[in-house]
Design a protein around this ligand. Structure first.
Ligand SMILES: C[S@@+](CC[C@H](N)C(=O)[O-])C[C@H]1O[C@@H](n2cnc3c(N)ncnc32)[C@H](O)[C@@H]1O
Length: 274
């Protein structure tokens, strides 16, 4: 075998075609926007991402797939300006209203997709370009080229490690196969093949997640599945009960056997081996 002959973008596409969980469209993200914003607001993810990025006050930052502002909002507090780009109108609405509440005036939003012509939307290169948990694209290499072309100093993305936020035990409990598609290792190899020197860090999230009650915990898990029938719902509920403890205040805590892990991958656009 000769690893220099491997086409990592093709391998990535092949692995993606086998995944059980198909990428969501803008309308799917619109529906998920509120619950996603709520779930992510209590996670340690944002703090860990910002620690690794070490924002500087003079930076302009492009946030591709910015969602409800998980990073765009705290970044706007510490950098010069932020551009948030997302194809979900609902996500951008949530971001805009939170920016208003906080009195932030240095965020501009672009309702567009990875595949749109960013130039036509007036999106120019920024100091930094990030894509956090948002590399949901048809062609990884084109997306990495595009993001890199929009960053002067640094690009940072987060990509799944293995199943990422999906809980494999929940899939096993209801007897559904789980194949989450290509993870960060393809991205690293592709970047290496493109001549960059990607750095990797890992963001390990909590194994324990608190919910207001059992119902909210169930909702926190349902996004992982599509079209559960009533028997599968029952099995999911039983699984959740088996990993839930009840707290004094009536809230519940879910204890996963493994934490979700994200790879934080960063590279310097001008630093290329070839
Ligand atoms: C998992 S959320 C991540 C949001 C945020 N970056 C974070 O880390 O919390 C993925 C986001 O990417 C957006 N997204 C997915 N596919 C996209 C595409 N093709 N073009 C633009 N945005 C997309 C979704 O609308 C969603 O807001």
């Amino acid at each position: 075998m000769d690893i220099t002959k491997l086409d990592w973008n093709l391998l990535w596409k092949q692995a993606k075609s086998k995944k059980t969980w198909k990428s969501k469209k803008a309308a799917d993200w619109d529906k998920k926007a509120l619950s996603f914003a709520k779930r992510t607001s209590t996670s340690c993810y944002t703090e860990r991402f910002l620690d690794l990025l070490s924002p500087r006050s003079e930076w302009s930052v492009l946030d591709a797939g910015c969602g409800p502002g998980t990073l765009a909002l705290p970044l706007a507090d510490s950098v010069r300006r932020v551009t948030g780009l997302d194809f979900s109108e609902k996500m951008l609405e949530i971001l805009a209203s939170k920016a208003d509440e906080r009195g932030l005036t240095n965020i501009s939003l672009q309702h567009c997709s990875w595949d749109d012509d960013w130039q036509a939307h007036g999106i120019r290169p920024h100091d930094i370009a990030i894509a956090s948990r948002s590399l949901a694209v048809a062609d990884l290499k084109s997306a990495l080229i595009k993001l890199t072309a929009h960053a002067r100093s640094l690009v940072a993305v987060t990509d799944r490690v293995g199943p990422g936020p999906f809980d494999p035990d929940a899939f096993a409990a209801i007897g559904r196969p789980l194949s989450t598609g290509p993870d960060y290792i393809y991205t690293i190899n592709l970047l290496h093949q493109m001549g960059y020197l990607p750095k990797i860090d890992y963001i390990e999230l909590e194994k324990e997640i608190d919910y207001r009650d059992e119902q909210e915990a169930m909702e926190g898990y349902l996004w992982m599945f599509r079209d559960l029938d009533s028997e599968e719902r029952k099995q999911l509920k039983n699984y959740l009960r088996s990993i839930t403890t009840l707290n004094d205040d009536g809230s519940v805590t879910i204890h996963r056997s493994r934490p979700p892990i994200w790879a934080f991958i960063s590279w310097v656009p001008s630093n290329r081996l070839h």
